[in-house]
Ligand binder design. Structure first.
Ligand code: PEP
Ligand code: MN
Length: 337
């Protein structure tokens, strides 16, 4: 349920309305926009009499929200959410460009890639340390050592770091060391993990599951937000379809759909969506044209020898070229790189 207050309402009016609802098992979610203030009610609203609230002199209108996702719902928060990370913003005018290798492999590798993507204009460095691999015999990542190397690369380049968490037991380590915590596609519905990162205030990059609907994806965001962490960035990374030519099928329509349903920023991963380096450029452009708030791209200095996801990794010089082209698309959308 959302309560829309009369124009120019302030804290006093908010307090008057919320105190009239004390005693109900609901929590209040306040959204102060430029013109309107909205009080979102989350919890058991069955006993609340909508007409009774509408008699309150400060209330303009009351609406019920039929969707199961509430805090992530645009009806609760009509303005776009902009998330601040290390003096950068995700969801604002500037597009968030995250680049780096699938996995951290060595100090030289991560530093060299970090330097080159920074030079091309990337704002964040990605690199997997704990890798979710289909085969237990495949490279599993450098784990804690990988985080240490990411920190070194951050120290030298100033780029904030983005890396994937797989287990709730590492939340403390990630909270201390990482700037954006990635929840991978395979863990989108690992509810214990979602609850645990929801207890932090860290920005969370929540990838869409391999075969999950948009509503399920938003419900996973809701888990994190319900725990008290509003800093969720959604990431469309392709879904499973009958098509086998590409690794996944990029659901480009998910971007405008998310923008309609939710106020959270949404970015696109054209690397995992396609599995092919030559498809990264067209799909990155499509993402920006469709209104995405950024992209996350796998870049490797030697893709042929990459320990993970070489075929979809682009070389630093290709990344530089894509960045130049993306700037044109960004401008057409009223955005900047
Ligand atoms: C990754 O970013 O390296 C990764 C494993 O992504 P996803 O969870 O989207 O497959
Ligand atoms: Mn990868």
């Amino acid at each position: 349920m959302i309560i829309i207050l009369k124009p120019n309402s302030g804290d006093n009016e908010i307090k008057k309305v919320t105190s009239s609802l004390e005693g109900y098992k609901v929590s209040f979610h306040i959204s102060k926009g430029q013109h309107t203030t909205i009080i979102g009610l989350v919890g058991d609203i069955s006993a609340i009499d909508r007409e009774m609230i509408e008699t309150n002199p400060y209330v303009e209108r009351v609406m019920t929200v039929s969707e199961p996702f509430k805090k992530s719902n645009r009806k609760f928060h009509p303005e776009n959410t902009v998330i601040s990370v290390c003096q950068r913003e995700i969801g604002g005018k500037h597009l968030a460009i995250i680049a780096g290798p699938c996995s951290v492999e060595s100090e030289e590798q991560i530093y060299s890639i970090a330097q080159s993507v920074k030079q091309s204009g990337a704002m964040f460095l990605r690199g997997g340390a704990f890798k979710p691999r289909t085969s237990p015999y495949a490279f599993q990542g450098l784990e804690a050592e990988g985080i240490r190397l990411l920190k070194l690369a951050r120290e030298k380049t100033g780029l904030p770091i983005v890396t994937e968490i797989m287990s709730p037991k590492f939340v403390g380590l990630f909270e201390a060391d990482v700037d954006i915590i990635q929840i991978g596609a395979r863990n989108m519905q690992n509810f214990d993990l979602l609850k645990e990162v929801g207890r932090t205030k860290k920005p969370i990059l929540l990838k869409r599951g391999l075969a999950n609907t948009i509503e399920e994806w938003l419900m996973s965001a809701e888990y994190i937000m319900a725990g008290g962490n509003p800093n969720v960035i959604l990431c469309e990374r392709g879904i499973r379809t009958f098509e086998t030519y590409t690794r996944n099928t990029l659901d480009i329509s998910a971007i405008p759909v998310i923008k309609k349903l939710s106020h959270l920023p949404v970015i696109v991963d054209p690397s995992h969506a396609t599995g092919a380096s030559w498809l990264v450029e067209p799909l990155a452009k499509a993402a920006v044209a469709a209104g995405a708030d950024g992209v996350i791209i796998e870049v490797h200095n030697n893709p042929e020898c990459a320990l993970c996801d070489g075929p979809q990794s682009i070389k630093p010089e290709v990344f530089e070229n894509i960045m130049k082209k993306l700037a044109v698309y960004a401008k057409a959308e009223g955005r900047e790189l």
